[in-house]
Design a protein. Structure first.
Ligand SMILES: Nc1ncnc2c1ncn2[C@@H]1O[C@H](COP(=O)(O)OP(=O)(O)O)[C@@H](O)[C@H]1O
Ligand SMILES: Cc1ncc(COP(=O)(O)OP(=O)(O)O)c(N)n1
Length: 268
């Protein structure tokens, strides 16, 4: 067991099992990384939306981070929902001590339209956490906030990815086009070149947790030492299969599907 790959997620919860920490741990498990989690906020939510949010005290978030970091190796980590500036400050102080790739899913608004972070925390995230990342994975709306530009085409996505690296200091930027056009095209700028990842559009309303699943898959692959463009390529295949076989559960947007027997196509 010496070469076990350990992946950590720092994020909010989803008791319905589709997004947040739950999607992250399922993805880590499926992709054979040992999963660990630090909870930032307990979110009462389901496939129809968010009902209530309880933010954990910052001391408890620090305490969870200390429990993990003082005892176990971290080979890659991701952040998801970090609700406010104070929480970001304490997390920043701890993650700067981790010597491993950092994947940021800059979660701002849930698929349901519910806000998951305070508006004033968005600027802190951009100015202080973004420069620490190995890769950030914004959707179109998040990339528009980070760059301040409207994104309507593939060329706009490429410009945004470049700008997020050069102007805002991210290690790499993966701008996800899930909401843009017929094909699901994502653009990665890794500091050297633009990479394009394309999949068919799957016509389903069951997309709860897609962004969490995708960034968790990238984290799992990075924890296993797979280099960035390849890790994104493999993660794209994983999330596409998870959407293709998404589960028609609940009254709203059902969750991505991580069931092992159906995921073989994503593991090749
Ligand atoms: N209907 C869909 N069919 C196929 N791929 C999709 C679909 N919706 C989203 N994706 C893909 O899922 C991933 C998550 O993207 P996106 O939905 O844009 O981000 P977020 O979930 O953060 O809003 C991306 O790879 C995107 O291209
Ligand atoms: C705790 C928590 N984190 C993130 C999200 C966002 O999930 P979702 O609304 O499904 O959007 P994507 O995962 O597709 O970006 C959430 N709902 N809860």
């Amino acid at each position: 067991m010496n070469n076990v790959s350990c992946a950590l997620t720092i994020a909010g919860t989803d008791p319905s099992g589709g997004a947040g920490i739950h999607a992250d741990l399922k993805t880590f498990q499926e992709l054979k990384s040992y999963g660990m989690s630090v909870i930032t906020s307990v979110v009462a939510q389901n496939t129809t939306g968010v009902q209530e949010i309880l933010h954990l005290p910052n001391e408890m978030i620090v305490s969870q981070l200390d429990s993990v970091l003082s005892d176990l190796p971290v080979h890659a980590f991701k952040t998801g929902m970090i609700a406010n500036t104070e929480m970001m400050e304490v997390i920043l102080e701890k993650i700067t001590t981790i010597n491993a790739p950092y994947v940021m899913d800059p979660v701002m608004v849930a698929t349901s339209g519910d806000a998951l972070i305070h508006v004033d925390a968005r600027s802190y995230l951009r100015e202080h956490l973004l420069p620490l990342t190995t890769i950030v994975t914004p959707n179109i709306q998040e990339a528009e906030f980070i760059t301040g530009n409207t994104i309507e085409s593939l060329s706009d996505m490429q410009d945004a990815a470049n700008q997020i690296v050069y102007k805002h200091g991210a290690g790499a930027a993966l701008v996800k086009g899930g909401h843009l056009r017929e094909e699901a095209v994502d653009i990665l700028y890794d500091g050297n070149k633009i990479h394009t990842f394309t999949s068919e559009r799957i016509h389903t309303k069951n997309t709860h947790g897609t962004g969490c699943t995708y960034s968790a898959a990238i984290t799992a692959y990075l924890s296993q030492g797979i280099p960035l463009p390849k890790a994104v390529d493999k993660a794209k295949r994983y999330v596409t299969a998870a959407i293709k076989h998404a589960l028609p559960l609940g009254k709203g947007n059902g969750p991505t599907n991580h069931f092992a027997p159906r995921m073989d196509e994503a593991r090749q």
